[in-house]
Design a protein around this ligand. Structure first.
Ligand code: PMP
Length: 408
């Protein structure tokens, strides 16, 4: 493996003062050994690790970066806002402008509220569904990620049965299981939370079947439960109006974060008038939820995503990558599965139960300056140019050849 002395030194210091070196999804212990943990610089679709190695990046900080790292217009808006102040004893005017922008852009939205992280937003949606219906039960797709709060975190360590007492599971895209779970809720159904598509880790991604999406809507209409769309990961990459808008299915409540402010910390809940009363009677807040710099970033990000071909561009770049990889996999005789929207690709190999092929492939690509993920969906940005994709494909060609050789 490559030597990353600065990275190694930081990791050695970190384990003494940070439990496990790092919490959560960005802990590099989850990745092959040669992956850097620490980064120092970013620009466009490129990252530099703490040792100064440059990568063409396909993770976009796990989604938040949608226009590209350090987009000049976004950063100028943030700098201008910071020069006048970010947090005060109340919000800055950007709060109202941004709520108006979301209500104008998001198809179902009659109102908006802001938080910081995706978990804040999904948790708020669950609370609002309960407040608005006066009921307790919430249906969640098995294996879906909605955040790291006790009601939804994938690890049960430190979670009590009571934290999950009114959470029941169904299988994504399985109408019968949805109906069974709804019947078991016996008139107590407050909401159904669904992700924009099935993007669980370590498995092929799945689009929502249109009939499944319509069945969720029909179930919520029939029972009075809230349809909660968790658009935290997919939001602003599929359809600016909401990721289920192409299916013609509108949620009652949506959770947003990640891409909303091109990397600046912000989350949002949007809702329909039916939940306005619930939203104004529930006490929800946070010290940093009115931070204006992230809102200034979001105003620029939303406008650019709405007024340019950024989303189509990400899709086109994702397709260029996908087609290139497919041709290379055929040429090297490896069975590579590419699933999900092209702008949020997942790469998994056939006959790879312990993901050793995936690890080999991403390690070889990383050594050639391309940062891919072995088992999590990846993200394209509007800053990926055709020439970046073509350069990345040169690296993946060698990485696939090497992987094919090793596993033949
Ligand atoms: N929902 C989905 C679909 C997500 O992908 C994530 C984050 N990966 C969350 C919720 C939680 O967001 P955060 O990590 O910002 O709390």
């Amino acid at each position: 493996d490559r030597a990353l002395p600065a990275d190694a030194a930081l990791r050695a210091r970190a384990v003494r003062v940070i439990p496990g070196g790092l919490w959560g999804h960005m802990n590099a212990a989850r990745l092959p050994a040669s992956f850097p943990q620490y980064f120092g610089r970013s620009e466009g679709c490129r990252l530099w690790d703490a040792d100064g190695n440059e990568y063409i990046d396909f993770m976009c900080a796990y989604g938040p970066v949608v226009l590209g790292y350090r987009d000049a217009e976004v950063e100028a808006a943030v700098a201008a806002r910071l020069a006048k102040g970010d947090i005060f004893n109340g919000p800055a005017p950007e709060l109202v402008e941004l709520a108006e922008a979301l209500v104008d852009t998001v198809a179902h939205a009659d109102w908006a509220m802001f938080q910081k992280n995706g978990t804040d937003a999904t948790t708020a949606c669950v609370t609002l569904a309960r407040a608005g219906t006066g009921r307790r039960k919430v249906l969640v797709a098995k294996g879906a990620y909605h955040g790291a709060a006790p009601w939804c975190t994938p690890s049960l360590v430190g979670v009590t049965a009571e934290d999950r007492a009114h959470i029941a599971e169904f299988a994504y895209n399985d109408i019968a299981s949805l109906q069974t779970a709804a019947e078991a809720a016996e008139g107590e159904l407050a909401g159904v939370i669904v992700s924009a598509f099935r993007h669980d880790a370590r498995r092929d991604q799945e689009s929502p079947a249109p009939e499944f999406a319509r069945a969720v809507r029909a179930l919520c209409d029939r029972t009075g439960a809230a349809l909660i769309l968790d658009d935290v990961r997919a939001g602003f990459r599929i359809d600016i109006r909401g990721s289920w808008e192409p299916l013609g299915v509108r949620p009652d409540l949506s959770a947003w974060s990640k891409a909303i402010a091109n990397g600046h910390p912000l989350a949002a809940v949007t809702g329909t008038d039916r939940f306005r009363e619930a939203a104004q009677s529930t006490f929800m807040t946070g010290s940093f939820w009115c931070g204006a710099a992230a809102m200034a970033a979001a105003l620029v990000t939303l406008r650019r995503l709405r007024d340019t071909d950024a989303i189509q561009h990400m899709k086109t770049m994702g397709e260029r990558l996908r087609e290139g990889l497919a041709a290379q996999a055929r040429a090297h005789g490896v069975a590579l599965r590419q699933t999900g929207p092209a702008q949020m690709p997942m790469l998994l190999f056939d006959d790879d139960p312990d993901l050793a092929k995936g690890d080999s492939f991403v390690k070889e690509a990383l050594a050639r300056g391309v940062y891919l993920h072995p088992w999590h969906n990846m993200f394209l940005s509007a800053a990926h140019r055709p020439e970046d994709i073509d350069l990345a494909l040169e690296a993946t060609d060698a990485a696939l050849r090497e992987t094919a050789r090793r596993f033949s």
